[in-house]
Ligand binder design. Structure first.
Ligand code: PAF
Length: 289
């Protein structure tokens, strides 16, 4: 496994593979890898001849009051995990390499970034502009055939897929299921911040989503969402949002058992912001008749 620190080194690898039949996969990460990342790396390994993992804690997607400085980092551990998962190249540039002096470009997706986490009262759409700006730089630097993202960040994946299509990137965006702890909590690098009691309470997020899924067919959407919110509040967790949306457009979902719906949640647990979601497919909804 080779570690590349400079954009020029990444470009040299990219250029050496251009025009060859080699299939390249990119797994973008901010490091502090967990099993969710490993599942993306393994999927990339299975599908591609060359696997590139990027490791870059992207300052542009943090708000000034967010945890950029405290964001958990352990490069040596990440390199060992990546090597074990069969990564060929780790692209780990410095902020100055990604955003050199004079850097002045922002890649912004409209609409999809203004709801849920993009709502001004939560992270704001600037967060997603930071994500789409860095991901478009990574797609250009690596030029992969496939790029792999997790369903836990469903809104991020939707925004990136929109951007890739709108800007005619030749990369296919692949979204893979959320990997969970035994009690259902979605794997996240930020789980490391939770104290033991908060960690236990956080499992209510997945229980609330499951309860909503279970109640929806018989009780209807509003009642099912209310029950999910109640389950969270009973565990002492006040959600920022707990909402049903259409998966592709992120428009508010109506009570229509023939449509897939995405129930998405963000909640502050002891000062740590956690997100999760459940995709309820029409065939998993017993008909209300
Ligand atoms: O999901 C993440 O870890 C980040 O948002 C990403 C996609 C690596 C961009 O910095």
């Amino acid at each position: 496994m080779k570690i590349l620190r400079l954009p020029g080194e990444m470009h040299a690898v990219r250029d050496s593979l251009r025009g060859t039949p080699v299939v390249t996969g990119l797994v973008p990460t901010m490091g502090y890898l967990h099993e969710g990342h490993v599942s993306l790396l393994e999927a990339a390994r299975e599908r591609c001849d060359r696997v590139v993992m990027s490791l870059f804690v992207n300052p542009a997607q943090f708000r000034p009051d967010e945890d950029l400085d405290q964001y958990p980092r352990d490069e040596e551990r990440d390199f060992a995990i990546a090597e074990k998962a069969g990564v060929d190249f780790v692209y780990a540039p410095d902020p100055e390499g990604v955003y050199p002096a004079g850097f002045a470009t922002r890649v912004e997706v409209e609409g999809l970034t203004e709801v849920l986490c993009g709502d001004r009262q939560w992270r704001g759409r600037e967060h997603f502009t930071g994500v789409t700006t860095v991901v478009s730089k990574l797609l250009n630097a690596v030029d992969p055939d496939f790029a792999f993202f997790g369903q836990k960040d469903a809104q991020q994946a939707t925004v990136i897929a929109r951007m890739a299509e709108d800007l005619e990137f030749r990369t296919e965006i692949v979204v893979l299921p959320t990997v969970r702890e035994r009690d259902g909590l979605a794997m996240s690098s930020r789980n490391a911040y939770l104290s033991a009691p908060a960690r236990e309470r956080a499992s209510a997020i997945w229980s609330a989503l499951l309860e909503t899924e279970a109640l929806y067919p018989q009780e209807g959407l509003d009642a099912a969402l209310a029950a999910g919110r109640h389950r969270l509040e009973a565990a002492g967790i006040r959600p920022e949002y707990f909402e049903a949306r259409h998966p592709g457009t992120l428009d508010p979902a109506g009570d229509d058992p023939d449509q897939a719906i995405l129930v998405a949640v963000a909640a502050d647990v002891e000062g740590t912001r956690l997100i999760d979601n459940i995709l309820i497919e029409p065939d998993r909804q017993a008909r209300r008749k």
